[in-house]
Ligand binder design. Sequence first.
Ligand SMILES: Nc1ncnc2c1ncn2[C@@H]1O[C@H](COP(=O)(O)OP(=O)(O)OP(=O)(O)O)[C@@H](O)[C@H]1O
Length: 239
Amino acid sequence: MSDPVIGIENLHYAYPDGRKALDGVSLKIKRGESVAVAGANGAGKSTLLLHLNGIIHGANGAVKVGGLPVTGANLKTIRAKVGVVFQNPDDQLFCPEVFDDVAFGPINMGLAEAEVRSRVADSLAAVGLQGYERRSSHHLSLGEKKRIALASVLSMQPEVLALDEPSSNLDPAAKWGLIQLLKSLDVTKIVVSHDLELIEALCPRLVIMKQGKILADGPTPEIMSRVELLVAGGLAHRP
Ligand SMILES: Nc1ncnc2c1ncn2[C@@H]1O[C@H](COP(=O)(O)OP(=O)(O)OP(=O)(O)O)[C@@H](O)[C@H]1O
């Protein structure tokens, strides 16, 4: 595979308390791909995501974004390239007003005020929440908060969007709205999810993780048809 936008080579990670979360993960993702990462609770999916923009770093070059190793020295560049959207928008939104949350990344990138304003307006329009600039993030519905959290990442115009459980706790209409929105975005996507409907609708490629390792990686329809894999990966259960 030529020039992967994400290249992970034999990544190991244990949390400071010694708990092993990743045990030799290798994964290459091409520009423009939309890849789901699934697996049972505790399989290591979120830990993997946190490595992509260096929230966890220090893996000595095991993770590369556009060929650039994710290290402390490269964090600013890496974070402009990879936007991570957390499962819980309250972990992402911390400003009194929506404008400030969505403007935070562009301001941090040193962009001029006019460019910041235009990026905020464009990102809110992209998530269907035009005119929300002066609303309080903390007084929005969960579906709206998730969209604002996405806008706060889109405003940095990342090359890669990494999303942790984007559909969790959304009602069916909000979930399908989000799927259509994500489908319309022309960026590389890595989507951690247990939601088989979302995976089928959004991601042609599916990676299943188990106990810190990759158990399967291939075309979504093919992997979905292998019940034993879904059971082993904690995505389905036998009665
Ligand atoms: N901050 C932490 N400190 C210690 N161990 C942690 C920490 N965060 C996660 N772990 C452990 O690391 C392993 C992988 O966790 P991780 O959150 O990456 O799994 P996951 O696949 O995202 O699970 P879920 O589907 O429940 O979100 C688990 O055993 C978990 O208990």
